[in-house]
Design a binder for this molecule. Structure first.
Ligand code: AMP
Length: 208
């Protein structure tokens, strides 16, 4: 299954993607993770992207596209993939369609994880991520429950960047809901509540 995850930052896309990956072996492709790795490694692309990511703005399309294309060329994509954080605007959605069709692939569904804005702000301000494996947790965790790595607060999970990211989501990314509805690919789950309960619904709407 080839899937796109849609939803505001903090909606729980990454958590649901991690669960789907663990159970079904899909490749989890998070453009945010790819960008954070490039920034941490100090690559030329990472240096160019850093300012945007830290302030919560979208990185220019061509930079993200080059990371995405490289990742889509990996063998593990053959088992199916979950795009988490891409596309973020209509131009990226159109590009994705053509990149996939060049590879002889297409999307099966776009899953919208819907969460109320107040819940998002609370979740993002309490969110902590693992430095080693990228696991997403919260401020009650001293060490990563998956690999024991150090948990930290992402630079863009501070209040000013959170607001910028939510505004960007509303103006640039939310219109993709209509885009995927138009392709008859949109499915939706309520993203509030316990992550395991949400996962049961995710599998139901995806027919897994
Ligand atoms: P995320 O981990 O998906 O919340 O992404 C973190 C940050 O990486 C975003 O706020 C953007 O600065 C950048 N980013 C991730 N994916 C994209 C994308 N598809 N297009 C542009 N910027 C992106």
């Amino acid at each position: 299954m080839n899937l796109v995850l849609l939803g505001a930052p903090g909606a729980g896309k990454g958590t649901q993607a991690q669960k789907l990956t663990a159970e079904f072996g899909f490749a989890h492709i998070s453009t945010g993770d790819l960008l954070r790795s490039a920034i941490a490694a100090g690559t030329p692309l990472g240096l160019e992207a850093k300012e945007y990511v830290t302030s919560g703005q979208l990185v220019p399309d061509e930079l993200v596209l080059s990371l995405l294309k490289e990742r889509l060329a990996s063998d593990d994509v053959e088992a199916g993939f979950i795009l988490d954080g891409y596309p973020r605007n209509t131009a990226q959605a159109v590009t994705l369609d053509s990149v996939l069709s060049e590879m002889g692939k297409s999307l099966d569904a776009a899953l919208l994880v819907s969460v109320d804005a107040a819940v998002i702000i609370d979740r993002l301000s309490r969110r902590r991520s693992c430095k080693e494996c990228g696991f997403t947790g919260n401020d009650t965790m001293d060490a990563c429950p998956r690999c024991g790595g150090e948990m930290y607060r992402r630079d863009d999970d501070d209040p000013a960047a959170i607001q910028t990211r939510l505004d960007t989501y509303a103006s640039k990314t939310a219109p993709l809901v209509e885009y995927f509805k138009g392709q008859d690919k949109l499915v939706e789950v309520d993203g509030e509540g316990d992550a395991d309960d949400i996962y049961v619904n995710v599998k139901k709407v995806l027919g897994l």
